[in-house]
Design a protein around this ligand. Sequence first.
Ligand code: TGC
Ligand code: FAD
Length: 390
Amino acid sequence: PDLFQAPDYYNIDDLLTEEHLMVRNAARDWVKKEVSPIIEEAAQKAEFPKSIISGLAEIGAFGPYIPAEYGGAGLDQISYGLIMQEIERGDSGVRSTASVQSSLVMYPIWKYGNEEQRKKYLPKLATGEFMGSFGLTEPDHGSNPGGMTTNFKDKGDHYLLNGAKMWISNSPFCDIAVVWAKNEEGRIHGLIVERGMEGFSTPETHNKWSLRASATGELIFQDVKVPKENLLPNKSGLGAPLGCLDSARYGIAWGAIGAAMDCYDTALRYSKERIQFGQPIAGFQLQQKKLAEMITEITKAQLLAFRLGQLKNEGKATSAQISMAKRNNVDMAITIAREARQMLGGMGISGEYSIMRHMMNLESVITYEGTHDIHLLITGLDVTGISAFK
Ligand code: TGC
Ligand code: FAD
């Protein structure tokens, strides 16, 4: 079948530069060739397909906006968004791996690290030789990361790190982890923890019904001696990890559009071919309502993401604007996935089609990087000036 028709109802491609289109089309072709054929089996087996790591690096998915001098692709924020859109058209779990590597591992090393740390880690992260994970969430502190209890003590020539992180993407196979922990004064800092450090383990979390092609696990620290040069020196406090989340959430706002596009494309093609009561089901008003609403919502989400990309390129996007786009676009995608699944009837639950996998994946996407509720409260705070968190 002719996969990946790209809904572009408002000719948004006309707003893109040649570079955007080149980057987007390269990512789209790669997903078509290398991700779509293998991803269903990987998800069924609950295995991250490591064979795609080098391809992700080649399309610029590891550090799209990190400067070329550190191995990044040196692209703008719209190219970054388009790459995330195309990858998530394939699978949200694969996009998660790219998001974590780029925005949660490379970004803090680039922004908060020193020159030695940048040179040591970024080029290897850009090629996928090193894979990274990001440890913020803890068993007792998810939406409220400021309450974290993971901590480190100054032992003279090293830090001693203790605690545990949970629900960590890429943890089971990561080479390094950017870990957020409190010092003896209770101030949050980022530390680079390397696999092989004594007392550091990364048990995998099994039995997920969502994001099955992404490996999720814990990060456990039992008296881990972390060299002092592994502390990220240039930013501390909760704003440091939250700054990384801004970048990842922006990518998710684009990524969710990809998952929605794939569900819409699949449902549109299926409904034109599936005959019931002597006619294609696409001819029934109830099915047209679903398709018409899907393309409307995708178009609105595309415009939101594109304008946010312009603001990001100008350095003007606020955290609250990013929250709005993450929340809206993920909710848009999960609603479309649920409707599209129904349009395929019994076939909608089958792995022959991608829709049910997207639908289940999006249950994680609507929860991680700030839940649907948390992003609503961020908008509420932004427009009223009153926090309803506590
Ligand atoms: P609050 O008092 O509001 O803020 C503390 C400090 O942080 C600053 N700040 C931000 N800075 C940069 N970007 C943002 N988005 C920021 N939001 C806040 C703020 O100005 C303040 O700075 P300062 O200098 O005054 O100290 O903090 P709070 O404790 O009230 O919490 C606010 C809240 C709830 C919005 C925040 O904690 C939150 O966003 N919670 C959700 C947690 C979350 O998103 N976790 C994600 C974990 S990582 C993940 O899920 C990866 S999934 C894999 C993948 O990406 O695919
Ligand atoms: P809770 O914070 O316990 O929330 C439970 C419910 O309470 C939610 O509905 C929430 O909206 C609601 N709630 C909480 N506070 C409020 C409030 N003030 N007002 C109203 N309602 C509220 N984390 C990382 O650090 N790194 C990763 O790589 C990572 N990857 C992940 C991968 C997957 C597959 C998943 C599922 C999660 C991942 N996470 C990661 C963790 C994710 O960020 C958290 O699950 C998320 O932030 C929510 O935290 P929680 O699960 O503890 O839920």
